[in-house]
Design a binder for this molecule. Sequence first.
Ligand SMILES: Cc1cc2nc3c(=O)[nH]c(=O)nc-3n(C[C@H](O)[C@H](O)[C@H](O)COP(=O)(O)OP(=O)(O)OC[C@H]3O[C@@H](n4cnc5c(N)ncnc54)[C@H](O)[C@@H]3O)c2cc1C
Length: 315
Amino acid sequence: MPAARRRHARLVEVVRSRWLTPSVRRVVVGGPALAGLEPSPYADAYVTLVFVPPEVPRPLPRVDGGPWVDLDAVRDASPRDLGPRLRSLTVRHLDPSALELTLDVVVHGTAGLAGPWALSATPGDELLLLGPGGGYRPDPQASRHLLAADASALPAVGVALSRLPRHAVGDAVLEVPGPEDEVALDPPPAVRVHWVHQGGRRPGDRLVEAVTALPWAGDDVHAFVHGEAAAVRRLRHYLRVERGLGLKRLSVSGYWRLGVDEEGRRAGRRDRDAAIEESERSRSVTRPRPAPARPARGRGDRAAAAGAAPSSGSR
Ligand SMILES: Cc1cc2nc3c(=O)[nH]c(=O)nc-3n(C[C@H](O)[C@H](O)[C@H](O)COP(=O)(O)OP(=O)(O)OC[C@H]3O[C@@H](n4cnc5c(N)ncnc54)[C@H](O)[C@@H]3O)c2cc1C
C-alpha cells in the first residue's frame, strides 16, 4: 500500500507591517518558501496561517532541511487535543520576484489568534502557511456585478475590482467601522462603490440594509458576498429566495461569526449549510435563467486547492 502523503506548510517570515487603516494591519510576509507561487486566477485567493502550540519543540521539523515544515510531525509533537490552529487570510498581493505576499488583517481586539498576531507582527517573526486556495473569479461576461463585504473580505473585493474588465457594470457595497477605514480601490468606471459605516450597529446590519436597498437590475448578476456569517446568511437568503439568483452566480461565505471563534464557526458548518440549501430550494422563486451556467468551481475544488483551508460555499 502506498504511504499516505505527508502534509507540508511553507515557513515564511514577517518582512514588514503597518497600519493600513485604524482597524486593519497590512502585514507583508516572505521567504524562499514562496518560490514558485504565481498570482492566483481567483480574486479571493487565500492562505491559511497555522498557529503551532508553544509546547511543540522549536525549531519545527523541516522537510529535507528546506523552507517547508512537516505538518504531520508538528501534529504528532502537539499536546493531545491541542493541535495547530488555522486561520485563513486573503492574498491581497503577491510579488513572485520579491517572494513577498501581502495580507490585510482586521485587528478586532485582543481575542483570537490572527488579529493579535497581526497587531504584534514584527520583522523576522516566523509563521507557517498552507494554500493558497480560492474559488471566485468575477465572470467577465456577467451583465452586472454585485460585491458585498465587510473589512475581512475587503482584500478580496480589492483584487476583484482591479481585475474586472473596464466595461464591467455593477455595485460594490462595503461595510467598515467608520469613514477613516475606507481604502483606495480601483473599480471600473461603471462599478459604483458604496461605503457604509457600521457605527454602533451590529456588524453586517448596515451592509444588509444597503444591499437590499439597491435597485435590482436583471438576472445575469454575478455576486460575491463575504463577511460576518449572520449578515452573509441574510444576504444569501435575499439573493437566492427574493431575487432568484442561482447558486452558481453567487460566491457566498461567512468569513467569521460574531462572538464565536474560528473553531466554533467551523463546527457544525456542514449541517447548517445543508439546512440552508434545503430551505432555499423549497422557497426559491423560479426565474428564467438568461444563459447557461458558466464554469464555476465547486466546494471540493476549492477545499482541495487549499489543503486544510476551509471549504467554499456558504461558510
Ligand atoms: C477564505 C477566508 C479568507 C479570509 N480573509 C481575511 C482577510 O484577508 N483579512 C481578515 O481580516 N480576515 C479574513 N478572514 C476572516 C478571518 O479568518 C476571521 O476573522 C478569523 O476568525 C480571525 O481569527 P482570529 O484568530 O483573529 O479570531 P477568532 O479566534 O476566530 O475569534 C475571536 C473573536 O473575534 C471575533 N472576530 C473574528 N474576526 C473578526 C472580525 N473580522 N471583526 C470583528 N470580530 C471578529 C470572533 O467573533 C470571536 O468573538 C478570512 C476568512 C476566510 C474563511
